[in-house]
Design a protein around this ligand. Structure first.
Ligand code: HEC
Ligand code: HEC
Length: 282
């Protein structure tokens, strides 16, 4: 290669790289409206974003993995917790944990009701952005898991806790299908319920739910419609407020913080599979 050829090569390859770079940049920008579902950016979503900045939520939380790592990532929070829970949590986070058990606390933000509603709209929009699976694992907090079950007190549900059931054969066994649904239903049951007895999260642990339900049904404290354990489990999924497990962090004003959307989002068959799985948790 002589000097002239070398110069041409340098200029040519620089130009090619520049064109490729511009093309890719242009292509990314072209996809923004679709990736960010921009048609869903309502005035409420925009106001919610302003509220998010006004209260510096990012000083403790992350969105898309960006922000501070003191508190959980909230990118998908509206897909893990229903509105009733989120509203109650933002009104008064202190109801959801015990200061003596939890090292990391969320301070009372004194948010106005419309600020809370708009924050939920904003976080709902965020949860729909195609984040191309980033951050890779959703970071969940408990809202109050007992210290006994969380070494180090980080308060997060670990994989081993959610895996600690007696394994059931896979295939077409309804119990195995129900076990799978437990972590794939939307919102996922595992985001709020641990299967380790005593390890309560945003919802009560379902470890030992069968024995507990037998006692409850025999006790006279029960006020719902069910007369068998299976009926109780079914009712808990399709009509969470029919009977409320006692506890300030589980319900307010007669409404359970468990999402009441499962009777719409799951088929009857899927609900039966979940019941079949839960009925193995003696
Ligand atoms: C000083 C730090 C701090 C600030 C500021 C803060 N949070 Fe939090 N937040 C936390 C901590 C810590 C937790 C987890 C508590 C726990 O483990 O129970 C939390 C939990 C939450 C949860 C519940 C998550 C779940 O999985 O149940 C929501 C929702 C939330 N924060 C929203 C907000 C919003 C919205 C703002 C701004 C208005 C905000 N936070 C500001 C520290 C903070
Ligand atoms: C956003 C958190 C949340 C999610 C997600 C959730 N639950 Fe719940 N669940 C709760 C809360 C809070 C309660 C206690 C209040 C009540 O009685 O409804 C509860 C109660 C229950 C109970 C009764 C427990 C008892 O001790 O009597 C069962 C059974 C149950 N849930 C099953 C499920 C199943 C199955 C799913 C997934 C299809 C699910 N939950 C998803 C929060 C949640």
């Amino acid at each position: 290669m002589n000097n002239r050829q070398a110069r041409l090569f340098a200029i040519g390859s620089t130009a090619a790289a520049a064109i490729l770079f511009l093309g890719m940049t242009f292509d990314s920008h072209r996809q923004f409206p679709e990736l960010t579902n921009s048609e869903n950016i309502t005035p409420e979503v925009e106001h919610g974003k302003d509220v998010w900045h006004k209260y510096n939520c990012i000083n403790c939380h992350t969105l898309f993995g960006e922000g501070a790592y003191y508190a959980p990532d909230l990118t998908k929070i509206t897909q893990h917790r229903g509105d009733a829970y989120l509203k109650a949590y933002m009104r008064d986070p202190s109801k959801f944990y015990d200061e003596s058990k939890h090292r990391r606390l969320m301070p009372q933000q004194n948010l106005a009701e419309d600020e809370i509603d708009d924050l939920i709209s904003f976080l709902g929009w965020v949860s729909e952005v195609d984040n191309q699976d980033w951050p890779p694992r959703p970071i969940l907090v408990t809202g109050g898991i007992s210290q006994a079950s969380t070494q180090g007190g980080s308060g997060q549900l670990t994989q081993s806790e959610t895996d600690s059931t007696t394994p059931v054969d896979s295939g077409s066994d309804p119990r195995a299908l129900g076990e799978r649904l437990f972590s794939t239903a939307v919102p996922t049951c595992a985001a709020c319920h641990s299967l380790t007895p005593g390890a309560d999260g945003a919802g009560p642990s379902l470890g030992g739910i069968v024995t507990r339900t037998e006692k409850l049904l025999a006790s006279g404290d029960y006020s719902g419609e069910a007369s068998t354990v299976e009926e109780y489990l079914h009712e808990s999924i399709v009509a969470p407020s029919a009977y409320l497990v006692p506890g300030e962090m589980y319900s307010a004003g007669g409404t359970s913080f468990m999402p009441n959307t499962y009777s719409d989002n799951l088929t009857d068959e899927q609900i039966d599979q979940l019941v079949a799985f839960l009925a193995t948790l003696k």
